[in-house]
Design a protein around this ligand. Structure first.
Ligand SMILES: O=C(O)c1cc(=O)[nH]c(=O)n1[C@@H]1O[C@H](COP(=O)(O)O)[C@@H](O)[C@H]1O
Length: 273
């Protein structure tokens, strides 16, 4: 998908919400466990209910891999359903991959070609030749971990390297990679105040911002420091939407939660000059 199409969809829906499909059999409503594919049944109901309020879906691959072959089948069904019924949705494989070039190419094929995702999350630790194979794919996007939402982000990402913090080094060095126009970055919502500095280095890049909802990040703070004239943000919530109710009304309640966030986003969008 082209970035312009994502921006157009954001304007149309007045939303830059990404719904994280972190589907956990221990948390989904009990009545769905009788279904042949409970994970897909849950995802389909969530997608059917929330799609008017969001522009992206982000299945976290761990939640599918955890169930072996059956989990992969659920992921494939979810992607087939999304691409057939909601081709306008920006899809993110939250896989956090990255390896030597030869192996990265295989990961890229798996997620961009076989699974037909628009984008994938990548760990930058192995450097240029581990990231560039993903950037070769036209119309696909590579989302590099810059400053993550968890406490462990302070172990390495904020340490000084060559006179600047490592996450800033990731941002500035990756901008020189071949195909860098297809890069986006992950910045945790719990680190909103850092966005001011981040925008100095990547003023226009789209940022995937997880960590509102269950992890306590603030949408308003994220927008205050991170929003651009072309929005430049995809804000993710997973558990806060998916498990807002675990009863028969789970999908309806998820839609209400997604709509609440969309309405807050609409206010933020109206402030862009
Ligand atoms: O890459 C991610 O999406 C990600 C990066 C990060 O720094 N923090 C983070 O929480 N995530 C993912 O975003 C989702 C957050 O889920 P909730 O906390 O339930 O909204 C999970 O799938 C995480 O794996």
């Amino acid at each position: 998908m082209k970035i312009e199409d994502l921006i157009a969809q954001i304007h149309q829906k007045k939303s830059f919400l990404c719904v994280g499909l972190d589907t956990d059999l221990d948390k989904i409503p009990e009545h769905l466990l009788k279904e042949e594919d409970p994970i897909f049944a849950f995802n389909k109901a969530i997608i059917d209910a929330t799609h008017p309020y969001c522009v992206a879906y982000k299945p976290n691959i761990a939640f599918y891999e955890a169930y072996g072959l059956e989990g992969w089948k659920s992921l494939e069904r979810t992607m087939a359903y999304l691409n057939a019924n909601h081709p306008e949705m920006f899809t993110i494989a939250d896989a956090k991959r990255g390896d030597i070039g030869n192996t990265s190419t295989r990961y890229a094929k798996a997620f961009f070609e076989t699974m037909d995702f628009d984008s994938i999350t990548i760990a930058p630790y192995m450097g240029k030749d581990s990231v560039e194979p993903f950037l070769e794919f036209e119309g696909r996007h590579t989302i590099l971990l810059a400053l993550t939402s968890n406490q462990g982000a302070f172990d390495f990402q904020t340490k000084n390297v060559d006179g600047q913090e490592l996450y800033k080094e990731v941002l500035s060095v990756s901008k020189t990679y071949k195909g860098a126009e297809r890069l986006m970055y992950v910045v945790g919502a719990t680190k909103a105040s850092y966005l001011e500095d981040i925008r100095e280095i990547v003023p226009e890049s789209f940022l995937l911002v997880p960590g509102v909802g269950a992890q306590g990040g603030s949408l308003q703070e994220v927008c205050k420091y991170g929003i651009t004239k072309d929005i430049g943000l995809l804000v993710n919530s997973s558990r806060g939407i998916l498990y807002a109710s675990t009863g028969l009304d789970f999908a309806e309640t998820a839609a209400k939660k997604a709509q609440e966030i969309q309405q807050e986003m609409q206010i933020e969008l109206s402030k862009i000059k």
